[in-house]
Design a protein around this ligand. Structure first.
Ligand SMILES: Nc1ncnc2c1ncn2[C@@H]1O[C@H](COP(=O)(O)OP(=O)(O)OP(=O)(O)O)[C@@H](O)[C@H]1O
Ligand SMILES: [Mg+2]
Length: 378
């Protein structure tokens, strides 16, 4: 009995109509000559026509936004089915909606009887996508402006500063005897401050050059890079009686000069921020892991046994000119880690620091192993 009720409902035309009318998507059926033979309620609501106004009409007239649109539309009809094709459809008020159309031909006795179209309205989604694209372009433009400004400003500031330094030094050389002790102290402080400013400006320029002076990505053997850096730091390592142990590192696609800069900054820091009574021990290793999309990632660790820092500062230290330790204790301008972060980000990676006060620090870098070789110019 139950089954009978069920099957009788199945064949009821009203029942089918109710199902079709409950659809949130547009449903249009045409005959082989593209004349509309059926529309659901949503189609009428979206397009602002009554079903009477739509029935019998050539379906192509709804899509005739531009001649190209029609052309593509004819191509679609030549296929037996199609899926998720983006099309603009015109409403009765002349407004265009963007639809994602799927459909199929109903063929019987080798002849096309009907064409069934289902359209999903993606107008709002498209608009949001376009807005996002506009915002991204705007952001990139602003970012570039900011970078250009930083570069030009720091570049142009160098010249007057050079003069201040040069005349300060000349004053000290020629007129030192004419100045009393306090005068000499003022002049000394002025010269020191201008030297410091020169270092800050050079640091800023180096920071800007991470994106303005780039080399294309190429295969880079990180072992070779680290060995070059260690040879540059040889005197420093001897001076602090440091040990740097390097495990077998991997080969990745990267900008070789920037990889060198990255390791140079990290190893120099690991040697510099050592405890007074302990010789620095630095350990460098890498591993290949995969991220959540299955992409190969090279995870590099640079770890030391130095003074460490409060873990609450582990983000701040990557900011431009951010320093946690006094200049009288440890020299530096605070640009090294900011450059490291910029380099890693240009390579599509991340850098994180973990540390505890007096218990050493560890820097973990994650870099994609492979890159499109022509993608490294940005
Ligand atoms: N390995 C480390 N151990 C402890 N503190 C560190 C370590 N590396 C960085 N820091 C802290 O982070 C700050 C920022 O580091 P960064 O390399 O940017 O600057 P810097 O070494 O002081 O100067 P620069 O690198 O410009 O010569 C340092 O001043 C220091 O306080
Ligand atoms: Mg540094």
């Amino acid at each position: 009995m139950k089954m009978d009720g069920f099957s009788s409902r199945l064949i009821s035309r009203d029942y089918f109509q109710a199902i079709i009318d409950s659809m949130m998507d547009i449903l249009i059926v045409t005959d082989a000559d593209d004349r509309i033979t059926f529309v659901n309620k949503t189609t009428c609501e979206y397009l602002g026509y009554s079903s009477e106004e739509l029935l019998g009409r050539d379906v192509k007239t709804l899509f005739d936004g531009d001649p190209l649109d029609c052309l593509q539309f004819d191509e679609i009809l030549e296929r037996s089915s199609f899926k998720n094709i983006e099309k603009n459809i015109r409403t009765s008020s002349g407004r265009y909606l963007t639809l994602l159309i799927s459909g199929s031909l109903v063929v019987s006795d080798d002849e096309v009887q009907s064409i069934v179209f289902i359209g999903k309205d993606i107008t709002d989604l498209k608009r949001a996508e376009e807005k996002l694209k506009e915002y991204t372009e705007e952001l990139l433009r602003k970012n570039k402006e900011l970078q250009d400004f930083a570069y030009i400003a720091s570049h142009d500031l160098q010249e007057p500063l050079r003069k201040i330094r040069a005349f300060g030094e000349r004053l000290m050389r020629k007129y030192k005897e004419q100045l009393d002790e306090q005068g000499q102290d003022y002049l000394n402080r002025m010269i020191n401050a201008s030297e410091r400013m020169q270092q800050l400006i050079s640091g800023l320029l180096m920071y800007c050059r991470v994106t303005t002076k780039v080399q294309p990505f190429q295969k880079v053997d990180l072992n070779r890079i680290v060995n070059e850096v260690l040879s540059d730091l040889e005197i420093k390592i001897k001076e602090v009686k440091g040990t740097v142990s390097v495990a077998r590192l991997h080969e990745i696609d990267a900008d070789p000069l920037q990889m060198r800069q990255l390791f140079q900054n990290l190893i120099a820091n690991a040697l510099k921020f050592h405890k007074e009574d302990t010789c620095p021990i630095v350990e460098i290793e890498s591993d290949i892991i995969s991220d959540n999309t299955g992409r190969e990632i090279c995870k590099i660790s640079v770890k030391d046994n130095g003074i460490g820092f409060d873990p609450g500062h582990s983000e701040r230290i990557f900011g431009v000119f951010e320093r946690l330790h006094g200049r009288s204790d440890y020299e530096g301008t605070g640009i090294g880690l900011a450059i490291c972060k910029k380099i890693v980000e240009r390579h599509g990676g991340t850098i994180k620091a973990t540390a505890q006060e007096n218990k050493g620090a560890e820097f973990i870098i994650r870099l994609p192993v492979r890159h499109e070789m022509d993608s490294g110019g940005s």
